[in-house]
Design a protein around this ligand. Structure first.
Ligand code: ADP
Ligand code: NI
Length: 216
């Protein structure tokens, strides 16, 4: 059996090779940050560090945006894990995490294992704060979305009545994330990031309305 360390090393190479050129907000450096967040959370929550790090490294390789389908992406990761001779139980744990951790409008059932909770929180923390703001605009540019539609009604978060703009994404997802985190460690790490997004939006609207240079 290969050592955990050599499996992690190969997973890092595999993820880099799969995601290197991506410009939709899933590049290798996103994976790198999620891995570090997952390690930090695993330590403070007492989760299995190997499973958390391995799932974090592989979590976006299976993303349906980068594969023909979600199933094809998951098959690719499962085949890779078997080729590496990872223990079947570890394969099951990692696959269960990456198959169900995506946001999906907040509709996926809660993660069952502590390791799943940790990796999902790590991915969500990287969607918050300055990093989350930057990634949202990257993704919007990639998709050709508008920056903002001042006639959009963010109180009514019905997809059909709102144009999907970059700013709309804050209301449909980013501002909701802090209440959807699983672990207390992630909740406390999210506080600053959440506040930063709120002050970004406050300043954004002031500049939109040309009132930012006026006294309050
Ligand atoms: P991940 O699971 O790695 O967070 P996603 O595919 O959900 O990846 O999103 C990638 C990034 O793009 C995230 O920062 C996310 O908030 C952002 N994003 C996802 N959907 C949209 C959208 N419709 N408009 C703007 N940004 C988006
Ligand atoms: Ni991700």
């Amino acid at each position: 059996m290969p050592s955990n360390q050599s499996i992690i090393h190969s997973a890092e190479k595999f993820a880099k090779q799969q995601l290197e050129g991506d410009s939709s907000g899933h590049d290798w450096w996103h994976v790198h940050r999620v891995r570090q967040l997952a390690q930090e959370l695993a330590r403070s929550e007492g989760a299995d560090p190997f499973i958390c790090e391995l799932a974090a490294l592989l979590h976006d390789v299976a993303d349906e945006k980068l594969n023909e389908s979600k199933e094809a992406g998951l098959r690719k990761v499962r085949d890779w894990l078997s080729d590496q001779r990872v223990e079947p139980e570890a394969i099951r744990s990692v696959m269960a995490i990456i198959a169900t951790m995506s946001y999906n409008g907040g509709k996926n059932p809660p993660m069952e294992t502590l390791e799943g909770k940790v990796v999902q929180d790590a991915d969500r923390l990287d969607a918050l704060g300055a990093m989350g703001i930057a990634r949202t605009f990257m993704y919007s540019g990639f998709k050709g979305q508008l920056l903002h539609d001042p006639d959009g009604n963010f109180d009514d978060l019905d997809y059909r009545s709102n144009r999907k703009t970059a700013i709309y994404h804050f209301y449909e997802k980013l501002l909701k994330l802090k209440d959807l985190l699983n672990t207390n460690s992630a909740k406390s790490m999210a506080e600053n990031r959440h506040r930063f997004m709120e002050s970004f939006l406050t300043q954004f609207y002031k500049e939109w309305d040309l009132v930012d240079f006026k006294d309050d």
